[in-house]
Write a protein that binds this ligand. Structure first.
Ligand code: PA5
Length: 443
């Protein structure tokens, strides 16, 4: 993975970026020594290097059971218990996998919304399909996931019988507390623990991400290796100018300090759409607090050049872009020559589609810079497990440092409780009687 911050730094000057050096070193030390706010959630920091081959084998063994016994596996989870696995699987999956036969079970994601239509349509599909469930919830009490699991557990038991269902239901949750743990222990499901000190949005390299990714048929050892190598590249002892996480944290905060309040993560590969969704959660939930924080947005180019491109080129100048560029495709296709050349495209004949895509990328970068949009560029050689592992750890560490630079606790999410309190009051959840009347009166 390569990071190029030069074109963004040109907007504000190297000194404006260097101003953050001392704070970055302090943030790195605070993370390393566990002296920062949220220090009970630093388990992600050296997580990659702590993953052993034995642990990877245990995950693979469980994945094998699900693969052998299921044609579909539903991953139930939301937020950090969903987006990491979704991002990696989407980045590696064939764009049209849902139309093609596969050796691995079809992975469905649920428990990430409360849509009656979504759940009904999924259940309709699962009728007559041998399916299993991975129930993921750190707290074990999240409403979206719990409703979904209640439906799926019953359906799976009705379909296979209670004893057989136990073989294909796996829980990933807290070691001791929460309804998901209670149910897993009572029913005797295979279960994995989400470490106490790893928050949801930093948990993709725990079983939360690794098990679904392994069931989907991808190489989790390579994913972990990529993360391990990035952990080494971003170590506290690596000089700042060679440390990509530190560089990224510095440039985005230098831009933020100069009024660039919105960071747009850009990709030129549809497969990276959900990597942006994962990144938005990581940065949004970590930094958006105390009335501070860069707003994380995302676009898929060149698709969105035909929609959001106008705003980015010409709208309010409060944005900067971080582009994830993939050096080479995993396949090969060229533009055909056409004798009649009615569309005038023969100047492209023989060129790879990816070359056209790259020229769109470079042309856009220059246009946006001319339009006043600082551009950061992250490039990876290709879309594979190793490079995704690199990206994951790079963004996690960059986020930890960055949150500390703006003096928030990057590892909590107090703001997400507000909607839950109101929803429970509106639904007459026992214990919410006091709030219920007042909340209902406001509608
Ligand atoms: O990052 C976080 O902590 C959150 O996004 C959680 O992952 C999300 O709310 C789901 O929580 P849980 O895993 O407890 O069901």
């Amino acid at each position: 993975m390569k990071l190029d911050t030069s074109k963004a730094a040109a907007f504000i000057g190297a000194e404006a970026v260097a101003k953050f050096d001392a704070d970055i070193k302090a943030a790195q030390s605070a993370l390393e020594n566990g002296t920062c706010e949220g220090n009970d959630f630093l388990g992600w920091l050296h997580l990659p290097s702590s993953i052993t081959p034995v642990f990877i084998d245990e995950i693979k063994q469980t994945a094998k059971v699900l693969k052998e016994n299921c044609d579909a596996v539903v991953v139930a989870g939301i937020g950090g218990s969903y987006l990491g696995a979704k991002a990696v699987i989407a980045a590696l999956d064939d764009n049209f996998s849902w139309l093609k036969p596969s050796d691995s079970p079809r992975i469905l994601f649920a428990g990430n919304n409360i849509s009656e239509d979504y759940l009904t349509e999924m259940i309709d599909y699962l009728k007559g399909v041998r399916f299993g469930v991975i129930n993921i919830s750190k707290s074990g009490t999240t409403t979206e996931t719990a409703i979904t699991f209640r439906l799926l557990k019953k359906m799976c038991e009705d379909q296979r019988g209670k004893e057989e269902a136990k073989k294909v239901i796996v829980a990933i949750t807290d070691a001791k507390k929460g309804a998901a743990r209670t149910t897993a222990d009572k029913e005797g499901y295979k279960s994995f623990v989400i470490p106490d000190n790893v928050g949801g949005r930093f948990s993709v390299l725990t079983p939360v991400g690794l098990l679904p990714i392994a069931v989907a048929g991808y190489d989790i050892a390579a994913l972990v290796k990529g993360a391990q190598d990035m952990e080494a590249s971003c170590d506290i002892n690596v000089p700042l100018e060679e440390n990509p996480c530190a560089q990224y944290a510095a440039i985005r905060n230098a831009l933020y300090a100069q009024g660039k309040k919105i960071e747009i993560l850009v990709n030129y590969q549809p497969k990276l759409h959900f990597m942006s969704e994962w990144w938005k959660q990581l940065y949004g939930e970590s930094e958006g607090k105390d009335k501070k924080g860069i707003f994380p947005a995302s676009v898929d180019f060149s698709t969105d050049l035909h929609s959001m491109g106008q705003w980015i080129q010409d709208g309010e100048r409060t944005i900067f872009e971080t582009v994830i560029s993939v050096d080479a495709p995993n396949s090969s296709l060229t533009v055909p020559a056409d004798e009649e050349n009615l569309d005038g495209l023969n100047f492209l004949a023989g060129k790879h589609i990816d070359e056209v895509n790259h020229m769109a990328e470079l042309g856009t970068q220059l246009a946006h810079i001319d339009g006043g949009v600082p551009n950061i560029r992250i490039s990876i050689p290709k879309l594979d497990e190793y490079n995704l592992g690199q990206l994951i750890y790079f963004f996690e560490k960059g986020c930890g440092i960055s949150g500390l630079l703006i003096k928030v606790n990057p590892f909590n999410q107090p703001g997400v409780e507000a909607y839950k309190k109101n929803m429970f009051a509106l639904l007459d959840k026992p214990g919410y009687e006091a709030e219920s009347k007042a909340i209902k009166a406001r509608l």
